[in-house]
Write a protein that binds this ligand. Structure first.
Ligand SMILES: Nc1ncnc2c1ncn2[C@@H]1O[C@H](COP(=O)(O)OP(=O)(O)OP(=O)(O)O)[C@@H](O)[C@H]1O
Ligand code: SF4
Ligand SMILES: [Mg+2]
Length: 386
């Protein structure tokens, strides 16, 4: 865990009613060279490095074969805002289809946002193109879920890890690349002599190490990890997570860590955001979210986590959610969680709850005073992931 990032996040959370998003200082750079200089400048530990504001991604739904007509949209991400602080790990959790991977792709500029901004060092990367966008892509890398399909089976490990140098030749001169790849193999705990082997000659855990080495090749500042250990055996998951923590300290990295497994997310994250149907339901430090959740959805998610301690298990309340997750093409009015929420009232159908410190906790310096998008937020004792 990145202590400095965590401290900064804790301090940030301790200030009453301070939104989890900080003020954006848009950097004043107009020429491409100026923008590149801004993007390459270091950020102080604990300062915001990425500031996401009202991010929206709607995928059009079309009908017709020859003349395609838009008949609606899948609202995969629908107004998401958060900060990522330098040196921290921000975990993102939520049920399948809630928009986690779409957020990751938007941050990577693999998808174009429908609306909203993503400020990286004060530059809105959703508006960049050409060389400036290339500089952003060098600094924000991704580690994917499935090490079995994300590595090209016909390429050697050396070629896979060195591939980013083809797009960013400035990161390693041609003659140095093999040496650099060997170093990267060593950094992720693989024998540099394996450089000429193919992906099928490695285990799942080793393949994910190859994926991480490729993610590190360009010396990025941010790594977005989309379910990086979900496809691995439980015994191997811990090794990969430990490696990622070690690399974070060594290379001063900031992580966004997307996963289903709430225990792993708690282990690695300084702060955690809980998504539901394209929106952020609750966000706070790991202690705030796991030990003092105030949003019914988070409480339900946590109550479903298996608890090894029989005493703790006996005393806890298990919240069973009824109903399916509504379609993101036609989300419920007001609070999107209302069709499954046991506390829903008329107001929940009429008003969209904003992600903010709930009024009942405003001005209090207690862990429950963190951002939660619920009209009737309150603490509920659920035994969360250890
Ligand atoms: N290219 C696309 N075109 C249309 N709809 C899409 C596209 N990509 C994602 N979606 C839809 O957007 C919603 C969010 O998908 P996303 O992959 O971001 O969810 P997720 O939270 O990552 O889910 P999972 O946990 O299963 O990986 C889903 O309803 C999905 O079907
Ligand atoms: S706003 Fe209403 S429906 Fe939504 S989580 Fe809170 S109580 Fe439930
Ligand atoms: Mg996903």
């Amino acid at each position: 865990m990145a202590e400095t990032g965590k401290k900064a996040a804790d301090e940030n959370a301790a200030v009453d009613a301070t939104p989890n998003v900080s003020e954006v200082h848009v950097t004043d750079a107009s020429t491409t060279a100026e923008v590149e200089a801004v993007l390459d400048a270091p950020v102080e530990r604990g300062e915001p490095i990425l500031q996401v504001r009202n991010l929206v991604k709607h995928f059009p739904l079309t009908q017709g074969i020859l003349f395609k007509k838009q008949v609606g949209a899948v609202k995969a991400v629908d107004g998401v805002s958060f900060d990522l602080y330098q040196g921290e790990t921000l975990g993102i959790v939520g049920e399948s289809g809630c928009g986690k991977s779409t957020v990751a792709k938007l941050l990577m500029t693999l998808e174009r946002a429908t609306a909203g901004e993503v400020f990286y060092k004060g530059q809105d990367i959703t508006k960049l193109s050409g060389r400036a966008l290339k500089a952003v892509r060098r600094n924000i890398q991704m580690v994917f879920q499935d090490p079995y399909t994300s590595l090209n089976p016909r390429m050697t490990v050396g070629d896979i890890i060195g591939e980013p140098f083809e797009i960013h030749p400035e990161a390693a001169p041609k003659g140095d690349r093999r040496k650099r790849v060997r170093e990267l193999l060593d950094v992720v705990g693989l024998n540099p002599e394996y450089i000429n082997r193919y992906p099928h000659q490695f285990s799942g855990g080793q393949r994910q190490r190859i994926g991480i080495a490729r993610g590190l090749a360009l010396n990025p500042e941010i790594i977005i990890c989309d379910e990086p250990v979900s496809a691995l055996d439980v015994s191997v998951q811990a090794q990969v997570v430990n490696l990622m923590e070690k690399l974070q300290d060594e290379f001063n990295l900031s992580y966004i860590f997307i996963a289903h497994d709430l225990s792993i997310v708690r282990h690695i994250s300084d702060r955690v955001g809980v998504m539901y149907l394209g929106k952020m339901a609750e966000i706070g430090t790991d202690t705030e979210i796991y030990d003092h959740p105030t949003h019914p959805y988070t409480q339900a998610l946590l109550s479903a986590v298996p608890v090894p301690d029989p005493d703790a298990r006996e005393g806890r309340e298990r919240i069973i959610l009824t109903g399916d997750v509504p379609s993101p093409a036609n989300p419920p009015s007001g609070c999107r969680f209302r069709t499954r929420c046991w506390k829903a009232q008329d107001k929940c159908a009429e008003e969209v709850p904003l992600l903010a410190v709930p009024e009942v906790f405003a001005g209090k310096t207690i862990p429950a005073a963190h951002e939660s998008a619920c009209h009737f937020a309150e603490e509920k004792q659920v035994v969360g992931a250890a």
